[in-house]
Design a binder for this molecule. Structure first.
Ligand code: PEP
Ligand code: MG
Length: 539
């Protein structure tokens, strides 16, 4: 048995198909006909574009526009002067062959992305590698893609699966996949969850541990992979699979169900989003609202901050898609593990305790105001709640509200509309805010508990550290007390409390949180239906 990262829930029992991992040898050979080499590159880029357009159309039809967007990003890369322009320049100035030029420009870009601390950004290096692999394959005359799967019940095994590999999998034949590398936030994982195909990633050496035709069991819940299992084990997993499929079907019935406990308390089950398009996943999974929009993602993956107009369009898109259902948008939470290339931050010994989130925004008002103006302007399109991250005391909230007032005055003078119904809240993710909740609750409209940070600060256990992860325990009695204090503090003053940290979707924690009186749970879209089911079973 092998153990990897459980990346997409479900069970698959089938025959293995190992994706050829054919290495194309890239040489250092120089060229004399520079124009001819550039022409070859152009042809390879054109072929790549054509292939990607086809894959994009297939992905849009099978997985929806949201997931097809990644291929649009790939096509954009092909036209990006910084990327493909650099390849042409490399051929011209160093007389290298086209493949070598693609390879070295790719390596430079990948190095930049790989060195970023943010996991999401690091995963984006995979997009660049994917596009580059395609261009090189076209230069080598191998065409783009190779998945000649003819057998039903196939489990695809690959070193890594790029988004275009994943989009091309024939869903009538492929029932699961496993890879050597990749984690829960990799594209392969995200795609697998969208396609609802069970997947185990990061298995290390699975491509050499199995061969074509081997029978395997893939457990996308535990991350276990069993190679050539006995009849008994197969029977055991067949039963598990049947039970799981029945449960999933049952869960779909909850999409339109408004969640209430047995005693009749209505509880909102919402989705967290990072990009505007993610709202579609929240809707498809029956989310009541958006409980957290992490707006820093709008600021990442680019070389300058998004303008007021760009942000306004993003917020308006989400509000309109939610058709009057609540959308909680968090203002910029940068710093700590999230940095921006165009916003250099001072070196600090403890960036998680340093210049970040609301602290930075109150100091750099010119950045903060762009976002607040965009939020205010978008507010006329739906039910907007705005919250500030990393609030430690009342003063910060009051200062933030003052900046909001300044923006309102400006917008009025410019004749630009905004809603007076916006709710203003705070993230409770610093223990001080939890302890002081009953006082803060007099001034805010709502709280949202950010357990990802609250736990790390309460237990002094870095959320990124493997070494102290054994201390990072959501159910630690001290953490639970802080959560209870926050809920009680809010309710004392008639305010509602949500939770948008990972704990809100933790099946083991949900009953306790319901018992404490939490009003709103917000989690990744694919956890929503399971959470609804658990909440419906509570008193
Ligand atoms: C949290 O801290 O719980 C939270 C939701 O915010 P983030 O994970 O973005 O820090
Ligand atoms: Mg946080």
């Amino acid at each position: 048995m092998k153990k990897g990262i459980a990346a997409s829930k479900g069970y698959a029992i089938g025959k293995v198909f190992v994706q050829e991992h054919e290495e194309i040898v890239i040489t250092d050979s120089k060229v004399t006909d520079v124009a001819g080499e550039q022409e070859k590159l152009k042809k390879a880029l054109d072929n790549s574009r054509e292939q990607l357009e086809k894959i994009k159309a297939k992905a849009a039809a099978e997985m929806g526009e949201e997931k097809a967007a990644v291929f649009e990003a790939h096509i954009t890369l092909l036209d990006d002067p910084e990327f493909t322009g650099a390849m042409n320049l490399e051929i011209e100035t160093n007389s290298v062959n086209a493949m070598k030029a693609v390879d070295s420009v790719t390596n430079t870009f990948v190095m930049i992305f790989d060195s970023m601390e943010d996991a999401y950004m690091r995963e984006r290096a995979a997009d660049i590698k994917d596009v580059s692999k395609r261009i090189i394959s076209n230069l080598a005359g191998k065409g783009g893609d190779a998945f000649a799967i003819t057998e039903e019940n196939t489990i695809v095994v690959a070193h890594d699966l790029t988004p275009s590999d994943t989009a091309q999998l024939d869903r009538t034949k492929v029932i699961g996949f496993m890879t050597n590398i990749g984690g829960r936030t990799s594209h392969a994982a995200i795609m697998a969850r969208t396609l609802e195909i069970p997947a185990v990633l990061g298995l290390g050496d699975i491509t050499t541990s199995v061969k074509n035709g081997d029978l395997v069991i893939l457990d996308g819940i535990s991350g276990d992979v069993i190679i050539n299992p006995s009849e008994d084990v197969i029977a055991e997993y067949k039963a598990k699979k049947e039970k799981f499929t029945a449960e999933q079907e049952e869960l779909k019935k909850l999409i339109d169900v408004k969640t209430t406990t047995k005693s009749g308390k209505r509880i909102e089950v919402c989705g967290n989003i990072g990009k505007p398009e993610d709202v579609l996943g929240v809707i498809a999974n029956g989310g009541d609202a958006v409980g957290l929009f992490r707006t820093e993602f709008l600021y990442m993956d680019r070389d300058s901050a998004p303008t007021e107009e760009e942000q306004y369009e993003s917020y308006k898109f989400v509000l309109e898609k939610m058709e009057g259902r609540q959308v909680v948008i968090r203002t910029l939470d940068i710093g700590g593990d999230k940095t921006l290339p165009y916003l250099p931050l001072p070196e600090e010994m403890n960036p998680f305790l340093g210049y970040r989130a609301i602290r930075l925004c109150l100091d750099r008002k010119e950045i903060f105001k762009v976002q607040l103006r965009a939020l205010l302007r978008a507010s006329v399109y739906g039910k907007l709640c705005v919250m500030f991250p990393m609030i430690s005391g009342l003063e910060e909230f009051m200062q933030a509200k003052e900046v909001v007032e300044e923006c309102k005055t400006e917008l009025k003078a410019e004749g630009k509309a905004f809603s007076e119904e916006i709710q203003w809240g705070i993230m409770v993710e610093i223990p001080a805010a939890a302890v002081y909740a009953d006082e803060l609750a007099k001034h805010v409209d709502f709280f949202s508990i950010g357990t990802n940070d609250l736990i790390q600060y309460t237990l002094a256990a870095d959320r990124m550290s493997e070494k102290v992860s054994y201390l990072y325990n959501p159910m630690h009695p001290a953490v639970l007390r802080l959560i209870k204090m926050t809920i009680d503090g809010a309710h004392k003053h008639g305010k509602w409390v949500g939770m948008c940290g990972e704990m809100a979707g933790d099946e083991a924690a949900i009953p306790t949180l319901v018992e404490y009186g939490l009003d709103e749970f917000s989690m990744s879209a694919t956890s929503i239906l399971t959470a609804k089911k658990i909440i419906l079973e509570q008193e």
